[in-house]
Design a binder for this molecule. Structure first.
Ligand code: PDD
Length: 314
C-alpha cells in the first residue's frame, strides 16, 4: 500500500534527485541528510541498505542507550566525556562487552568520510535481536551498534538573539533519568505538546522543582548567580552542562548547584537551555510569562565561550 501522500512523494523525489540520495520513505524532504555510509555492527553500509531486525530489543523494548556528539570544525567535541557517560549508561543497563576503543576508531573513520565542518554523530547500542521475551537473551546474542553522522541545521539566529518560549510540564518520567536510554517517549510527548502550543520546548517539573527540558539542561541567573539542578537520578548529566560550569568558573561567574522552583525561574534575570545540539539557547518566555526581551548578557558570554572552545579544542 502506498503510505505517502502524492505531493510528498513528488517532493521526496525532487529532494532525492537534488541530494543524489535514494528515497527513504518517512524522511521529510529537506531534512538534513547527506546519504553517506553508516556504521552497523562492524560493517560500513549505505544508509538505505542498513537493516535492523524487527526482533531488535531496541525496537521491541527500548532496551538500549545512545549518545549524540557535536562535530565542530570537523572534530568531535568532548568525545571522551561522551564515552565516559556511555560507559556509565551501559553499566546501568547491564550491557557488558562493548569495545569503546573500537567505537572510537569507527567514529573517526565516519568523521573522515563526513565532508561538512559541523554535524552530529548519533550512536545507539541495543541489547541485540532475539525473539521477543522480557529476560535478557543469552550472552551469544550480540548487541546492535549503529552510528552515523549527519549535518545539523544551525539554530535559528532569531532564537539565539531573541530567545525561545517554553512551557512547563509534570516530570512523570522514571527515576533513572541519568541513564541516556533510548526510551524517550515522555520527552517526545512533552516536546510535541510544546510544539502544538507554538512553543519551542517543554521544561520538566518534579515536586515543584525544575529538572531539565526534553533534550537539554536548564540554567537560570538568579540573584546574580548561575544556578542549575545538581546531578541526581532525576536529570541527565549533560556534557554541555559540565562544559558551561567550567566556563563559568573560568570567567568568575558564581555558580549554585541547587534545585530551583518554577517561581525562581519566573523571577530569574536569565533562563537558558544547554545541550549538544541546543548549545546555549536563551529562554525569554515561560508559560506565557516574559523573562526578558532578548538573550541576556551571561547567556551570550557563555555561548560565545562555548563556541570558542568547541572550535579550538578537540
Ligand atoms: N539530548 N537532558 C536530556 C533529557 C537530553 O536528552 C540531553 C541531550 C541533555 C543535554 O545533554 P548534553 O549536553 O550531553 O547533550 C539533557 C541529546 C542531544 C538528544 O537527545 O538529541
Amino acid at each position: 500500500m502506498d503510505m505517502l501522500e502524492p505531493d510528498l512523494r513528488k517532493e521526496e523525489r525532487e529532494w532525492a534527485d537534488y541530494t543524489n540520495c535514494p528515497i527513504v520513505p518517512g524522511i521529510k524532504p529537506g531534512f538534513p541528510r547527506n546519504c553517506m555510509k553508516v556504521y552497523l555492527n562492524g560493517q560500513w553500509v549505505e544508509e538505505q541498505d542498513a537493516r535492523i531486525s524487527f526482533d531488535d530489543r531496541g525496537f521491541l523494548f527500548g532496551d538500549g542507550v545512545y549518545e549524540v556528539v557535536h562535530i565542530y570544525s570537523h572534530r568531535f567535541f568532548e568525545w571522551n566525556r561522551h564515552m565516559v557517560r556511555l560507559r556509565r549508561s551501559l553499566k546501568a543497563i547491564d550491557l557488558p562487552g562493548i569495545d569503546l576503543e573500537a567505537i572510537g576508531r569507527a567514529g573517526e573513520q565516519l568523521l573522515e568520510s563526513f565532508d561538512g565542518q559541523e554535524g552530529a554523530l548519533y550512536l545507539e547500542i541495543t541489547r541485540g535481536a532475539h525473539p521477543r521475551s522480557h529476560p535478557f537473551p543469552s550472552a551469544d546474542v550480540l548487541p546492535t551498534i549503529l552510528m552515523w553522522i549527519r549535518p545539523i541545521a544551525p539554530l535559528d539566529p532569531q532564537w539565539i538573539e531573541k530567545g525561545v518560549s517554553v512551557i512547563t510540564v509534570a516530570d512523570d518520567r522514571w527515576a533513572k533519568v541519568w541513564i541516556k536510554t533510548i526510551c524517550l517517549l515522555p520527552n517526545v510527548l512533552a516536546k510535541e505538546k510544546a510544539h502544538k502550543m507554538g512553543m519551542f520546548d517543554a521544561i520538566f517539573v518534579r515536586d515543584g522543582m525544575v529538572t531539565e527540558s526534553t533534550s537539554a539542561n536548564v540554567f537560570i541567573i538568579y540573584q546574580g548567580r548561575l544556578q542549575t539542578a545538581p546531578v541526581s537520578n532525576y536529570i541527565l548529566p549533560g556534557i554541555t552542562r559540565e562544559v558551561i560550569l567550567e566556563i563559568a568558573h573560568e570567567n568568575g561567574i558564581p555558580v549554585v548547584l541547587e534545585p530551583f522552583s518554577v517561581d525562581d525561574m519566573l523571577n530569574a534575570s536569565e533562563v537558558f537551555l544547554t545541550g549538544t545540539t541546543t548549545e546555549v539557547l536563551p529562554v525569554t518566555q515561560v508559560n506565557g510569562q516574559v523573562i526578558g526581551q532578548e538573550a541576556g548578557a551571561v547567556s551570550r558570554l557563555l555561548l560565545r565561550e562555548l563556541k570558542k572552545r568547541a572550535n579550538t579544542v578537540s
